[in-house]
Design a protein around this ligand. Sequence first.
Ligand code: ZN
Length: 409
Amino acid sequence: MERAELIEKQIKLSPCKSPKRFIQTGLIYPSDAELELIDDTIKTKDRCQMTYSLIKSYGLLNRLHIHRVDLCPANAMSLAHSPHYLLALQKSKDEKFDEEFGLAYDCPPRNDLLERASLIAGTSLTAARLLIEKKRKIVLNWCGGWHHAFEKKATGFCYINDIVIAIKTLQTFSKKILYIDLDLHHGDAVETYFKNSEVLTISVHHYAVGFFPGTGGPNDTDKATFAVNIPLPEQVGDVDWVSLTKYSLKKAFSVYNPDFVVCQAGGDALFNDPHKSLRITQQGYLDIIQYLISTSCPLLILGGGGYNVPATAKLWTRITALCSYIKIPDELPDEDEFYLEYFPDTSLKESTTSETAKKVCVEDYAAITKHIDEVFENITRFYKEKSPLKRLAKPAFRAKRRKLCFENE
Ligand SMILES: [Zn+2]
């Protein structure tokens, strides 16, 4: 059977046959030249190009709405960064190191850095606008997710904080936004930006002394009312990662009840990432994304870390298929431009690992759930004090959200 026929057959066998189910999922898809420029900027060789190529080879573009990128204007970049920092990005074309703004080491100065930043920020800004305009229920952007860029400093391969720009754009519609960060590393800059706001940030990550960025640990004293951290020791696998993340998400939906969710799905927590710090499988990520989809809350899904490039491209392709309500074949399409890069493992699902993942010890597990409980108790108190007569967990525009989610189903 021809491959195209096989893919079509698989799609027909998918649990959801209605074409209307995927009509509200959008994919930010930069042009080939833009993808090349983004890959050159973020220093993960061909990762965006490989991801989008695989999504295309699986025929998923026919099942999604494709959106080109509007570049991020200067006033929108100012939502996340100081004028001096943006000037430093502009000047970096002179290729002079500027350690004051972090333009050194893992964030070296580059030609046309401001233009590159405007493109990357534009991918997430375009996505946020699609949600606000109610054109899409889910938007995927595998070029975004740069969670370490601070207001005045580039760090950890991140020059521009597209996440903050997207969230601040969503805030023009509602203050209640849930940010969930699945990357191996703590979502430090996003948490810091929204420390004094009603944006709820949840970060599940590896934490150890000396491990970048060094924040989000169990003894962080600088905790904000709306910040949940789930710091995990080395080699933790799906069981605890999924259960603790879902525990906090369930609380978020019952107590806080967001109007939008922004999910950073960095792939460096995968067991086959070169970091080898956590041992999460594709299925672990898919479980969380499936849960987020099931809430029917408008959802923006972004990329982030992920240094095993073929593994990350496979993960993000599977998430894209999940958000398109489609089952796709396990054997990678051999017509894919990057097919040889996947050798020897040409199946979409990763081979299972023989090494056993570790569990979080009972005391640490209890301490994390206690921290989560405390954060949500504080949030409950915050809203009671703010509007004592109003019921908590009542989103400002639940009716509007329902309409947004179900109008075409
Ligand atoms: Zn990371």
